[in-house]
Ligand binder design. Structure first.
Ligand code: FAD
Ligand code: DHB
Length: 398
């Protein structure tokens, strides 16, 4: 096979890689997307569901919003539930009134499908089943990527590499651990998620803090629920029979007149909770972004949104470097991203701590209940929460 030369090699066809590919295409920059998993696997992965308002607007601007605008659910508030005295009570936080913004409920799986189908319809390079195994020449004029697919080993040469291969990718792992300047925190909990063929218990998301642990009732459509349970770190799906999952969902989420509806499981998964930040995101011609650069616990619904915000920064800077020879435009990439990364990391840590049962301390329980009451009062804390949850502005991508 003839060697391939491109301007930007994008490692990973997750939301970050696919959004970057679209932004580069619109700027007239050559790129190839390399994805180690099969097309079917990538299109089947469930994961995120909440898209911040500024990110949804950006997706429309990029021309990938048509199906999202037709099929999405727009939420202008969220329900927070906790124990008060002997009863569970629910409070509503009104995003529209507090922050003038909403969120879009639209599955990551659907967004990824929209991006893949658009790229394929445009006839642009996107290779599934192609694993990147090595990078050479990060400080030279071109980087050589080693790849492995069904046909065997091959190389690709690129002026720049976007390392957007997720939390378990290779690009960050190829770098010296010290060079990445990584900070991380592990939580003694994981999320068990189930996609269920049944109507959600409420038209809005319910985040519940319960003595037995956190639970969340989200949705994909008015007929499909997405439900999550806090489980101990290290638990596997084998520890959770369907009966046990339903018992815990009912105990932690049901209020009189608003029970969780049971239905067929369409998918189930377990995700450990952790926070990771690589404080260095640029290594010569390699630029890290999305989950490859930072991981947040899912409680704040920030991971996908942060990945897209990184890509807006990266796309604009790659545009200047590739089209105008201004390589120095990439110097500011990591500093431009890190402020938002830490804001999202803080928000996600704060929501995780607020809503989960991470220790047995009653003192902490009281403090967290008080904070939920303060949020329900609709003052400054509620305004900050609504503004952060619905999303900060995203920088220009071109
Ligand atoms: P990924 O989606 O992980 O994509 C990386 C891709 O790179 C993968 O397809 C992988 O196969 C590929 N890859 C890896 N190694 C290689 C290699 N060597 N060669 C080639 N390809 C490779 N975020 C939100 O914003 N809102 C939410 O509501 C939300 N909810 C979540 C709920 C759960 C249960 C989970 C687990 C996550 C949630 N997230 C949410 C987070 C969100 O799913 C991630 O942050 C997002 O997928 C990150 O996108 P990415 O493109 O950076 O990485
Ligand atoms: C969903 C995921 C989240 O992490 C979250 O905070 C809210 C909703 C979801 O998958 O629907």
């Amino acid at each position: 096979m003839n060697p391939i030369h491109t301007d930007v090699a994008i490692v990973g066809a997750g939301p970050a890689g696919l959004v970057l590919a679209r932004m580069l295409q619109l700027q007239g920059i050559d790129a190839i997307v390399l994805e180690r998993r099969s097309r079917d696997y990538v299109l089947g992965r469930v994961r995120a569901g909440i898209i911040e308002q500024p990110v949804a607007e950006l997706l429309v601007e990029l021309g990938v919003g048509e199906r999202m605008l037709a099929d999405r659910l727009v939420h202008d508030g969220v329900q927070l539930q906790h124990r008060s005295g002997d009863a569970m009570v629910r409070h509503r936080v009104d995003f529209l009134a507090l922050a003038g913004k909403t969120v879009t409920v639209y599955g990551q799986r659907e967004l990824v499908r929209d991006l893949i189908e658009l790229r394929e319809a445009d006839g642009l390079p996107l290779r599934f089943g192609c694993e990147v195994t090595g990078l050479e020449g990060l400080d030279d004029d071109r980087v050589v990527l080693r790849c492995r697919d069904q046909a065997g080993e091959s190389t690709i040469s690129a002026r720049y590499v976007a390392g957007v291969d997720g939390a378990r990718g290779i690009t960050a792992q190829l770098l010296d651990a010290g060079a990445r300047q990584t900070l991380q925190r592990r939580y003694p909990a994981a999320w068990l998620g189930v996609l269920v063929e049944a109507a959600p218990p409420s038209h809005e998301l319910i985040y519940s803090r319960h003595p037995e642990g956190f639970a969340l009732a989200s949705m994909r459509t008015p007929q499909v629920s997405r439900l999550y349970l806090q489980v101990p770190a290290g638990d596997t799906l084998a520890d959770w029979s369907p009966d046990r999952i339903w018992q815990h969902l009912h105990r932690r989420l049901d209020l009189p007149g608003s029970p969780v509806n049971e239905g067929r499981f369409l998918e189930s998964s377990i995700t450990p909770l952790r926070s990771v930040v690589h404080r260095r995101m640029r290594f010569g011609r390699l630029l890290l972004g999305g989950d490859a650069a930072h991981v947040v616990p899912p409680s704040g619904a920030k991971g996908l949104n942060l990945a897209v915000a990184d890509m807006a920064q990266l796309s604009r800077r790659l545009g200047r470097a590739v089209l105008h020879g201004e390589a120095s435009a990439l110097d500011g990439y990591q500093d431009a991203c890190l402020r938002r990364v830490w804001q999202a990391t803080h928000f996600s840590w704060w929501m995780t701590d607020l809503l989960h049962r991470l220790d047995e301390e009653e003192f902490g329980d009281e403090l967290r209940s008080e904070q939920i009451r303060t949020l329900a009062d609709g003052g400054t804390l509620a305004r900050w929460f609504a503004d952060s949850y619905t999303g900060l502005g995203v920088s220009s991508w071109s």
